[in-house]
Design a protein around this ligand. Structure first.
Ligand SMILES: C[S@@+](CC[C@H](N)C(=O)[O-])C[C@H]1O[C@@H](n2cnc3c(N)ncnc32)[C@H](O)[C@@H]1O
Length: 376
């Protein structure tokens, strides 16, 4: 396989291994770094990764990596990179930046220097005397410096990959679609097994589960910045969309239910599922989680309940967790997965989890409590 580009799939903290697994499943060898997965791949991987990766935040092209401790070094090393390979003569290339534990700490200066170096290189290569027009396709650049190592990237995704295009409405604390997908992929759920989210809110977990269950690419319903780039050939996009069609299992039967105490949320979840093209594949119900009635064995409960962070909520949430623990104790063949920041969840729920994993839901530190069912 030709390795034409270095790609970076960015990941929320704690989800790197899930993103790495997904990239490997697409056929690319990866190295895991903090908050990202780096891999060499042919250019055709850009459409494929954008369309298929469920848990990654973005896919970026690594344009260069070098050490720099002076502005001169930053300028010269940036200018030496073959930018004309990526950015067209009329390309728009805004530069954002970050710097951590590095000699070059002034981010605005680093951004300005990188911008100037790239502009000089492009003007030279394209024979432009005045300013570059920057009216064409968007090439969003980032200069990221960590311990004096500079990594220059171009974002291929456009809006973050959590924006699948199906969310028309949401509640107060929606889960990112990428995180919901990761929560499901962290379980051993198989598409023909029952799955319930009794705190479904806008329906993110059930919808992501249905997409996983029918092997529908999460990006099928949106656009990506790199669709406008000439060097990511139209043919690669066409082939990737064909693959998306070929690999979907529309006949896969699903047994997925989303319920919530709030009937407005249930209506929103239904609309989102319709928008995702799932029609009535998911069963929706307005219901108290403590009233959950389970009729089949060997299912999965995956939920993101309220965390009780609002003043006055704690007691009600503690009793909700305790009731849920009692309900699920009657269904030992079910596996239960709960994401919460509630510090005494285990005590309230009444059981020690088989496993727990620290995850960040946005900026909130949470734990993912995992109870493995004993299959019948
Ligand atoms: C953190 S939100 C879930 C967000 C959801 N994952 C999403 O992506 O939109 C928690 C949800 O639990 C619901 N809820 C709160 N108490 C409940 C209860 N006792 N039974 C069922 N649902 C409840 C809320 O209405 C809210 O939609």
């Amino acid at each position: 396989m030709a390795h034409d580009v270095t790609l970076i799939a960015t990941a929320a903290m704690g989800l790197e291994s899930i993103v790495a697994k997904e990239v490997k499943q697409l056929g690319y060898d990866v190295a895991i770094e903090n908050g990202k997965v780096v891999f060499e791949a042919p250019v055709s991987a850009i459409p494929r990764c954008n369309l298929w990766l469920r848990s990654a935040d973005r896919v970026k092209v690594e344009a260069g990596r070098f050490r720099a401790v002076t502005f001169d070094e930053l300028f010269e090393a940036t200018k030496a990179l073959p930018w004309e390979r990526f950015i067209t003569e009329d390309g728009k290339f805004p530069v954002s930046g970050k710097s951590v534990k590095s000699t070059l700490y002034s981010v605005p200066d680093c951004q300005a220097i990188v911008k100037k170096a790239i502009a000089e290189r492009l003007k030279l290569k394209y024979g432009v005397a005045g300013n570059l027009v920057e009216t064409g396709a968007l090439f969003k650049l980032e200069v990221a410096i960590l311990k004096d190592e500079v990594v220059l990237t171009i974002d291929t995704s456009g809006s973050g990959l959590h924006k699948r295009g199906y969310r028309t409405g949401q509640g107060e604390a929606p889960l990112k679609e990428t995180m919901a997908a990761a929560l499901i992929m962290l379980t051993n759920w198989e598409p023909d097994e029952p799955l319930i989210d009794p705190f479904c809110g806008s329906g993110t977990i059930p919808i992501e589960a249905a997409l996983i269950g029918q092997n529908i690419a999460p990006g099928f319903n949106r656009e990506f910045a790199s669709e406008q780039w000439k060097w990511v050939k139209k043919q690669y996009w066409e082939e990737a969309f064909e693959e998306v069609e070929d690999k979907a299992w529309y006949n896969q039967k699903l047994d997925i239910t989303g319920s919530d105490i709030d009937h407005q949320m249930v209506d929103i979840a239904k609309e989102n599922a319709m928008e995702a093209g799932l029609g009535d594949l998911i069963a929706w119900k307005q219901m108290q989680a403590r009233d959950l009635s389970i009729r089949k064995p060997n299912g999965y409960l995956i939920g993101n309940p309220p965390y009780g962070q609002r003043i006055g909520d704690r007691e009600a949430i503690a009793s909700l967790y305790s009731d849920l623990g009692k309900v699920m104790a009657n269904h030992p063949s079910w596996s239960v997965y709960i994401l919460t920041a509630f510090d005494t969840f285990e005590q309230q729920y009444g059981h020690k989890p088989t496993k727990k994993r620290k995850l960040f839901n946005g900026f909130i530190q949470t734990h993912y409590y995992q109870y493995y069912g004993k299959k019948q």
